[in-house]
Design a protein around this ligand. Sequence first.
Ligand SMILES: [Fe+2]
Length: 319
Amino acid sequence: MTNAHRITKAVTSIIPVEERYQHIRPVPQLPNFAAHIEGVDLQKPLSAAVREELYQALLDFEVLFFPPQSLTPEQHLELASVFGPVAQGAYFPRKDGHSQIEVIETDEKRPPSIDHWHSDVTWVAEPPAGTVIQITEGPSVGGNTAWASLSKAFQALSPGMRDYLRGLTATHTWEISNWRNYLAGLGEDVLAKAIKEFAPVEHPVVRPHPESGKEVLFVNETFTRNINGVSSTESREILRFLTQWLKQPEFIYSHKWELNGIAVWDNRTTQHYALADYWPHRRVNQRVTFNVRGAKQQERTVLEIVGAENRVSSRAYGE
Ligand SMILES: [Fe+2]
């Protein structure tokens, strides 16, 4: 038993890349996590075989990276469509003429503010499946994005802890996050409407991925308010333990961006953290979100629902 703790952080079997992939070449950066994809030209139409392997790669490796390529808006949207139906996005400013592409600009006046771990929008019943981002302007150094594997974090827990967590649910809400400040920056009426329209939701603490079947640790320090059905002390201490647990280096890949580099993440199996070490330099992130395959498409954006689609917040927020 002496070595059991260390052994649990290793994966049980390495994904056989050469057997499984004929049309693309995933190069994992950690065992079964965070793959750089070689052999795909995103500036040309993608064949059905390449699309299918890219989809499989996202299930397998949870975050994918492509070398720098200058994508047109149409190519960016096409890449997102490989992984799921393109969503309306979340709540950021839109690229001119392309309402499904969100643009997050940080600079001297709008400092970066997403230097905390989260999955996107876990405060709705069906959070987005994932996002494709491209960094089109950035600092010469700094401004990395880090991703944590929630499947690796869960598998490394002891069997008894895993069993305990499988029986729990947790409450998620944006009200404990910086998004509250962002909304307040749009107007007090917007904030009041958001409280009414986006009430807290419950998710299982261990949420199996519907397609890969991987069990993942689905709590985050940004939006998870409490564990349900246990004392407030137990909830607080278990959440503190879990949110610290998943920050171990074995579960995390920190990506250094090159200009026009591209990343795709599965929002159901990962959390991310945008390093805030480059202010006052400028960084521009263009993002397209995709939903779960077969999910009902939202008709309005979050900002439309809260009556703020034509307003600009004084606070930057988002990655
Ligand atoms: Fe995010």
